[in-house]
Design a binder for this molecule. Structure first.
Ligand SMILES: [Zn+2]
Ligand SMILES: [Zn+2]
Length: 335
């Protein structure tokens, strides 16, 4: 060894330095002696690891033995970080390694805000993302840019993972899309509510449910936007006429609310042509309220918010009118 110190002396010397290093003063040392150096590196509740370091025989001629534990980060990610550390430690052979590797780890956690959602990102990449989609993941800034396509339709949005994630939800920003404007507004409104529910306990909670745990929102909201909205809105058929609700070409979207082919999204999420829904809503049976043809959920929409009895009366009235007209026509000999 170039220093002329024995391995034991070298370790003792280094430990003294580590204990007094101001750059390490913010770290929580659980143990710091020649058998084990144990340190907690914690930025948030979810960016939280414990590093175990042991000195190998012949140290520093050999790299430190390093092991990371975390209750919050996934094992696969921890393995990757350990591999990175091992690579770094090999470069440090022959010199003091503890401070350098601890600072390396601090920087890594600080500069990779997406480590808290690595599994969600994997899911988005492998399962939601499809050929033709444009998905960009920016590790350093914690930003995810996603332009997803379904045939000729697309939505483009940006998500930022905040420092306190998942206790705070992702920040969602809509860029462009070519969905019908009414459907886009419903989707936008629902994302606000869904994101809120991820991080806020419901007002009326089951007292036996235990403490509220925030739900990771990244994969959840991406799945909602791309799978539940974009992919299904643009391919769903109207349950009354069984034809695809939206036109194949977004240029043909009908924006006039009174047009028979104008597309409504009702409470359950299913799509109907205006004319199809209107005639369905005005036809009995009305008992128990009209229910979605596809899923059986009650239809709620401002436009058809009519109590069953009134609907019944209106229908009866309309039928009576039809009969009257028919009778008059018959009387006048038009039949
Ligand atoms: Zn229809
Ligand atoms: Zn439905």
């Amino acid at each position: 060894m170039a220093t002329g110190l024995s391995s034991k002396e070298f370790v003792e010397n280094e430990l003294k330095d580590v204990r007094s290093d101001p750059k390490l003063s913010s770290l929580e040392f659980i143990a710091c002696h020649k058998v084990l150096v144990q340190v907690r590196i914690k930025y948030t509740e979810y960016k939280n690891i414990i590093v175990n370091i042991q000195f190998p025989p012949e140290y520093p001629a050999n790299p430190l033995l390093l092991q990371i534990k975390s209750k919050v980060l996934p094992d696969k990610l921890i393995e990757k970080i350990e591999t990175l550390c091992d690579q770094e430690l090999k470069k440090l052979v022959g010199s003091k390694q503890v401070s350098t590797i601890l600072l390396f780890l601090c920087d890594f956690i600080k500069n990779n805000p997406l480590i808290v959602c690595s599994e969600e990102l994997q899911y988005i990449k492998n399962t939601i993302n499809r050929e033709g989609d444009e998905l960009k993941i920016k590790q350093r800034t914690g930003v995810i840019l996603y332009k997803a396509f379904q045939d000729q339709y697309f939505i483009d949005f940006k998500m930022t993972v905040p420092n306190e994630y998942p206790a705070s939800h992702v920040q969602l920003e809509f860029k462009e899309n070519n969905l019908p404007v009414n459907l886009y507004h419903i989707m936008k409104g629902q994302t606000v509510e869904l994101l809120r529910q991820c991080v806020e306990p419901p007002i009326r909670r089951n007292p036996r449910a235990g403490p509220f745990v925030p739900r990771p929102s990244l994969q959840f909201i991406t799945n909602y936007l791309v799978v539940d909205c974009l992919r299904s809105i643009t391919t769903d058929s109207c349950p009354v006429c069984n034809k695809r609700a939206l036109p194949t070409d977004p240029k043909d979207i009908i924006i006039d609310e009174g047009h028979p082919q104008y597309v409504y999204r009702i409470y359950c999420g299913h799509l109907y042509h205006f004319q199809c829904l209107d005639s369905y809503m005005k036809t009995p049976p009305f008992t128990g309220g009209k229910k979605c043809v596809k899923c059986g959920q009650r239809v709620f929409h401002d436009k058809w918010n009519v109590p069953p009895r009134l609907a019944e009366e209106r229908w009866a009235h309309q039928e009576a009118r039809k009969r009257e007209i028919a009778e008059v026509a018959e009387f006048l000999g038009f039949d």
